[in-house]
Structure formats: structure tokens, C-alpha cells
Design a protein around this ligand. Structure first.
Ligand code: ADP
Ligand code: MG
Length: 241
């Protein structure tokens, strides 16, 4: 038991460290990208030199996508389950992806009741929804609608992200969640893998429905409802022990 505890404590420390490194590393990378762009606009560069600078920018962008697929809004946070308001998380994601949606001519819709609460980790849930929403937007090349919705059922909550994008074939669906599976030129193939991992670690699941040429919907199925006093009491006592 002592060994297990040590291990999970180590894991916690390492993942918090990773999260804060990701957060801190973004600013210097943005500054570096800015200076490279500045040099790229000089008129006395050879074609080769310009090409190298463009390659550098595209590699920096790739590093940024890896960070954002893994740990976008990551800040060091103690990892215990807490009541999480689903509307708040979806609204935050909507805010974060607004500019990206606009850039891709995508309309954002939200159909979410304000009072759904689940038991989990807000930052991780935000990361999962962000990954699914980003994929949705990226599946719509010129215009479409991305809908974020949530529904509370008797013993679970469903959060659904629907797009009107390119859709996927049966063969593509089978590959979802495999590390490094991507069909995008600048994809990481990590977003879904990390999302499945997070939701499975909570005892939940992710279901996909998709039709080629019509669109896709991803549903996050979460059993951890938190809507009564007993749940809250057990959270409090868990956090203490
Ligand atoms: P990435 O976005 O970097 O490619 P992901 O793990 O997020 O990696 O997604 C893996 C692949 O799954 C994508 O490249 C794409 O082919 C497919 N995919 C995921 N979501 C959708 C979607 N909403 N519509 C169509 N294809 C999708
Ligand atoms: Mg992705």
C-alpha cells in the first residue's frame, strides 16, 4: 500500500509539473515565433533562408498544438474530484474557441441547462471538450455549425458536441483514439487519445456517431452525477481522508 501511495503521489507531482511547464513554455515560444516572422519579412533573404524560417515557424506551431491538445488550460491544481458545473465548463470552452470558429466560418450553438453538476476535475473536463470542439471545427472546411449540448438523465450526464462537417467512414471510426492517428497535415493525433483516457479514468465513456459528408457527434457519457447532499458529504469526507 505504501508503495502504491508513493507511486500515485509521484504521478501527481509529475503531472502537475508537466502542466505548469506547458503553461510557462508557451510565452517564450510565442515571442520566438514573432521574431522569426519579423526576420522573414526582410527583403535581403535568399529563397532558401526564407524557406528555413517558414519551416521553423511551422515546427513551433506543431509544438504549440501538442501542448494545446494535451494541456491547454492546464494550471497546477490538486487532483481531487469536485463538483463541476457543466454549463460553466461548456461556456468557457465556447469562449475559448470563438475566434477559431469565426476564422473557419463556423456558427456556435449551445443548448445547456445551467444546473447540471458532475463529480470530476474541471480542468480535465475542459480539456476533453476543447479537444472535441476543436476537432469539430476543423472538420468543417467552409462553414457549418458546432453545437454544444448537455442533458441530465437519471443516473448519468451526456455532453454532446455535434458538427456538420466531413464525417468519418467505418474504417476511420475504428482508428479513433489510437495514438498518433491523424488525417490532418498539422495534426498531432493525440487529442482523442488523451480525451478517451481522461473520461475512462472517471468510469465514463465517449460514443461517436458519424456520417460521411454529413457530420459527427461525440457524446461524453458520465456516470458521476452529483446532485444531492449525500454525494456532497461523501466528497467532503473523501477529500479529508
Ligand atoms: P488531430 O486533431 O491532431 O488529428 P485527434 O486525436 O484530435 O488528432 O483526432 C484524430 C483524427 O480523428 C483526426 O485527424 C480526424 O481524422 C478524426 N476526427 C476526429 N474528430 C473528428 C470530427 N469531428 N469529424 C471528422 N473527423 C474527426
Ligand atoms: Mg484534435
Amino acid at each position: 500500500l505504501q508503495k502504491d501511495l508513493q507511486k500515485s503521489e509521484q504521478l501527481r507531482v509529475v503531472s502537475e509539473l508537466a502542466a505548469s511547464v506547458a503553461h510557462e513554455v508557451r510565452n517564450p515560444m510565442t515571442v520566438a515565433r514573432g521574431f522569426i516572422q519579423l526576420i522573414h519579412s526582410r527583403s535581403d533573404l535568399s529563397e532558401n533562408e526564407k524557406q528555413y524560417l517558414l519551416l521553423t515557424i511551422s515546427e513551433l506551431d506543431r509544438a504549440q498544438s501538442i501542448i494545446s491538445d494535451y494541456l491547454s488550460l492546464a494550471k497546477p491544481e490538486i487532483k481531487v474530484n469536485k463538483p463541476v458545473n457543466v454549463f460553466k465548463v461548456l461556456d468557457k470552452v465556447r469562449h475559448t474557441i470563438q475566434a477559431y470558429a469565426l476564422m473557419n466560418n463556423v456558427k456556435l450553438d449551445m443548448e445547456v441547462p445551467k444546473n447540471i453538476t458532475i463529480l470530476g476535475k474541471e480542468q480535465e473536463l475542459t480539456q476533453v471538450i476543447l479537444n472535441l470542439a476543436k476537432n469539430g471545427i476543423e472538420s468543417m472546411e467552409n462553414s457549418g455549425t458546432l453545437t454544444l449540448s448537455a442533458k441530465e438523465n437519471k443516473d448519468h450526464v451526456d455532453i454532446t458536441i455535434t458538427d456538420t462537417g466531413v464525417g468519418m467512414s467505418k474504417e476511420q471510426l475504428k482508428q479513433l483514439g489510437n495514438a498518433y492517428y491523424t488525417t490532418k497535415e498539422k495534426g498531432t493525433g493525440l487529442g482523442l487519445m488523451i480525451s478517451y483516457n481522461i473520461i475512462h479514468s472517471w468510469g465514463g465513456d465517449i460514443y461517436v456517431k458519424s456520417k460521411l459528408g454529413a457530420g459527427t457527434s461525440f457524446t461524453i457519457h458520465l456516470p458521476n452525477l452529483c446532485d444531492n447532499f449525500e454525494d456532497l458529504e461523501s466528497i467532503l469526507s473523501n477529500n479529508i481522508s
